[in-house]
Design a protein around this ligand. Sequence first.
Ligand SMILES: NC(=O)c1ccc[n+]([C@@H]2O[C@H](COP(=O)([O-])OP(=O)(O)OC[C@H]3O[C@@H](n4cnc5c(N)ncnc54)[C@H](OP(=O)(O)O)[C@@H]3O)[C@@H](O)[C@H]2O)c1
Length: 189
Amino acid sequence: MTVKFKAVVIDNQNEKFTRDIKEIDSSHLKDGNVLIKIDYSSLNYKDALILKDGGKIVRKFPFVPGIDFSGKVVESGDDKFKKDENIICTGFRVGEMYYGGFSQYAKVDSNFLIKNPKDIDAEKSMMLGTAGFTALQCSFAIKAREELLLGEKVNDVLVTGATGGVGSIAVMILSKMGYNVHAVTGKKR
Ligand SMILES: NC(=O)c1ccc[n+]([C@@H]2O[C@H](COP(=O)([O-])OP(=O)(O)OC[C@H]3O[C@@H](n4cnc5c(N)ncnc54)[C@H](OP(=O)(O)O)[C@@H]3O)[C@@H](O)[C@H]2O)c1
């Protein structure tokens, strides 16, 4: 099945960087074994670098950026994922080496995908995005340190970069986990 769709396409013809919304079709999606109709993506710091000029991260052009996305399975070459199932993709160099989420469709390796947890819908997962996922991993690391390494309750946690993508969500998660959170910022207000 060939589908036509819109995507953010960056290019670097004759060393001139361009960024446009273009109509392309699914024959451009050469990698992976699961075709996904994308519902949401998030804007990560890395995306901003790539959208500016490729950020020395993207090496092959033309290219579709977007390091994460959520959406529905359209076609699957892996029994683990069925048509219409909701999935999330983050990491695995999607949006850096493989066409990413700033698009209406993507095709990626099934090993890059997870099924949506039942309490997190497509929109919420990308409100948290890769930065939120990272913040959650950092928060779990503190919990693990408390329980496995120190063997005693940690009361106070210091979050640096607290106004940033990872830091701001870490403040929320750690507060919810019951820690006394101290947020550090270099900003005056
Ligand atoms: N975003 C992701 O998905 C992700 C994934 C894995 C790892 N990381 C890493 O996590 C870190 C934070 O990423 P981010 O996406 O949250 O970036 P971000 O949104 O740009 O936030 C970074 C924050 O760091 C603070 N900061 C800047 N320069 C600083 C300095 N010299 N000393 C102390 N604080 C400084 C700033 O906060 P103030 O202005 O308030 O001080 C800024 O808001 C980075 O090292 C990044 O590589 C991010």
